[in-house]
Design a protein around this ligand. Structure first.
Ligand SMILES: Nc1ncnc2c1ncn2[C@@H]1O[C@H](COP(=O)(O)OP(=O)(O)O)[C@@H](O)[C@H]1O
Ligand SMILES: [Mg+2]
Length: 375
């Protein structure tokens, strides 16, 4: 798919922007704090429904403005469409509204308007960093592929918040209420585990294949789903039964520690090389290659699922890679239709694919970009 035009109004440091990005690779270059990542963040907002940075949504609205809007005209195999998001200040926070072809729609019906794979420097810690990073990869990928996953995830997150609040309350000893929470958590959580089991089976395959191509079959990359509770079940009923059983057994510990200790909010992905933990024993180079293999696999699954290339959003990440890895990684994304790549120096990117350079300065796109900007 490709974005034919992007319009921002009071989004971050953009007062007003209309941008017609080129096909292929588009490099946004400029010093720090000019608004390069903000453009990628706007595109990610349309794909993921939220920022790729951990931020408060009201932060997305330009200082002192009452509301921000982001809208894009996209072309997919299915035809043309517009997708938009309006964020309005509301109390201490913000309210979001999604639009498709100019009409307000529920987020569930908006999802999938744009699909994107993002890759930011924080992802480089996918192997060594906290499990939350690896769950985030799963959630971003699966929410875009499968609306029902997104609904289940939102419901599950709320249930865990409610259960945690309950466990911290004076009523925490009320086993009947805990059983009620657990029944709902078991039902929704089992669907998440089922979706993650299926996705990880494919992700593991594609990551292993990409990895083997790069390292010549010496080190075999193993990607394994580590659900909470640990289980090998494959069918929905068996997954549900294992989760229900673990929730019941965890109850005394959860009451004592006053928090929800079991369920897919505690899931992880295990990454091994030759059967040994990459996080513990891998060299930095091995860890990095594994991260690239995971990202390449995420991309290929998004591609296969949509039947066309997702947008690629690479925020300051190519400059973190040595030349060999950068080439291997980009070559593995064969056929990308449109990529947005940020860098502080053009030399950091060193792409050999055709690309267009756009200079970003204080919330404006300038210079070489002139012919790419529709104003
Ligand atoms: N809500 C906002 N309103 C106005 N400016 C903002 C807002 N949020 C961030 N900024 C500004 O955006 C700039 C950072 O943009 P960013 O795209 O992250 O920079 P970079 O070019 O380094 O990627 C900073 O100058 C910051 O002050
Ligand atoms: Mg940036």
């Amino acid at each position: 798919m490709r974005v034919e035009s992007l319009e921002l109004s009071n989004f971050r440091n953009y007062a007003a922007l209309r941008f017609e990005p080129p096909e292929g690779a588009c490099i946004l270059v400029g010093p720090n704090a000019q608004g390069k990542s903000n453009v990628l963040e706007a595109l990610a907002l349309l794909a993921l429904g939220k920022s790729f940075r951990a931020v408060r949504e009201s932060d997305l609205i330009r200082f002192d403005a009452p509301l921000a809007s982001v809208s894009a005209r996209v072309r997919t195999r299915a035809g043309g469409a517009t997708a938009g998001c309006v964020i309005t200040r509301a109390g201490d926070g913000a309210r979001k509204r999604f639009l498709r072809n100019g009409r307000s729609v529920r987020y569930g019906d908006f999802l999938g308007s744009i699909t994107a794979v993002t890759f930011v420097p924080a992802d480089l810690a996918l192997v060594t960093g906290p499990a939350s990073l690896r769950r985030r990869l799963l959630n971003a990928a699966l929410s875009q592929l499968d609306r029902s996953y997104y609904h289940d995830l939102s419901a599950y997150v709320k249930l865990i918040e409610q259960k945690n609040a309950f466990l911290k309350s004076p009523d925490a000893g009320d086993r009947t209420l805990l059983t009620t929470y657990n029944a709902q958590i078991g039902q929704t959580g089992a669907r998440l585990i089922g979706a993650r089991t299926n996705y990880l089976r494919k992700l593991a395959h594609d990551a292993r294949t990409a990895h083997a191509r790069w390292v010549g079959g010496h080190d075999e990359l193993e990607v394994r789903y580590l659900p909470s509770p640990p289980q090998e079940a494959q069918t929905p009923d068996a997954i549900r039964a294992a989760l229900d059983d673990a929730l019941a057994r965890a109850a005394p510990g959860e009451i004592a520690r006053r928090m929800a200790l079991v369920g897919p909010h505690r899931d992880d992905i295990g990454l091994n090389l030759h059967g040994r933990s990459l996080a513990r024993y891998g060299s930095q180079g091995q860890q990095r290659t594994a991260v690239l293999a995971l990202k390449a696999a995420e991309y290929s699954l998004a591609y296969a699922s949509a039947g066309e290339a997702p947008l690629l959003l690479l925020d300051d990440v190519l400059s973190e890679l040595d030349e060999q890895r950068r080439h291997a990684f980009l070559a593995s994304l064969a056929g990308f239709e449109q990529a947005f790549i940020t860098a502080t120096h053009l030399s950091d990117v060193a792409l050999d694919t055709p690309h267009r350079v756009i200079r970003v300065q204080a919330g404006e796109l300038i210079g070489d970009a002139r012919h790419a900007i529709g104003a």
